[in-house]
Design a protein around this ligand. Structure first.
Ligand SMILES: [Zn+2]
Length: 226
């Protein structure tokens, strides 16, 4: 079982939307990742440069770390959609650039933020966690589940992250997370073509990349970006 950090780019005519740009080499070391894909990070940096919008599932360091450490932070900060609750999480990381974020945007429970892109507030893993629903021009639908379901097994079996992870390493609102993963399972049962994308399941994503319409992927197995 390989757990890794996955960064996503949704292609759009305006330069793309980046979701969860991952973490910095220092963060990866601190978190105990065995490998770090610097070329992958450079690609994600380019994505952020070109992006029209940068989204985060939540404000943990493996999802916002690289954004906060980005060398030309002030050039890209304005593209990031950061809710007030998420800014609280970012400030808790004590990164210099966090204090440069001047603009937050409060979102409705379910709010479209770009054509075919809807952000859903799903508090539980963190108070300001959110999932991102995407419908491509082809009609294909996706939900990026964030760490509410970091592994495909979480929604397949409708169970949350292991107790060790959720209670000790990362305290989370477990009943809320269980409710969300059950909801994901039910939605998937009703709409089998819907693709649920777990946040850290590198193996599952690699195995299913072709079937689920991922056009290109890179990175290596542990600690890499994609
Ligand atoms: Zn994570």
């Amino acid at each position: 079982m390989t757990s890794g950090v996955i960064a996503w780019q949704i292609e759009t005519p305006g330069g793309g939307i980046v979701l969860d740009p991952g973490l910095s080499p220092n963060d990866a070391e601190t978190m105990g990742f065995t490998g770090f894909d610097k070329a992958g990070m450079a690609t994600v940096d380019d994505w952020m440069d070109q992006a029209e919008l940068i989204l985060f599932s939540h404000a943990h360091v493996d999802h916002v770390g690289r954004f906060l450490d980005y060398p030309r932070f002030d050039d890209i900060a304005g593209k990031a959609l950061i809710t007030p609750g998420m800014l609280g999480g970012i400030n808790a990381l004590w990164r210099e650039n966090g204090s440069h974020i001047k603009k937050t945007r409060k979102l409705a429970q379910i709010e479209a933020v770009a054509p075919g892109v809807v952000v859903i507030q799903t508090p539980g893993h963190t108070p300001a966690s959110q999932m991102v629903y995407v419908q491509l021009a082809s009609g294909r639908e996706y939900i990026f589940t964030g760490d509410t379901a970091s592994l495909a097994a979480n929604f397949a079996r409708a169970t949350p992250r292991s107790r060790l992870l959720s209670d000790i390493l990362v305290p989370e609102d477990r009943p809320a997370v269980i409710a969300w993963v059950k909801g994901l399972r039910d939605v998937k049962e009703r709409n089998k073509a819907l693709v649920l994308l777990p946040s850290h399941d590198v193996e599952w994503v690699q195995q299913n990349a072709e079937n689920i319409g991922i056009v290109r992927q890179f990175g290596r197995k542990s600690g890499g970006n994609r």
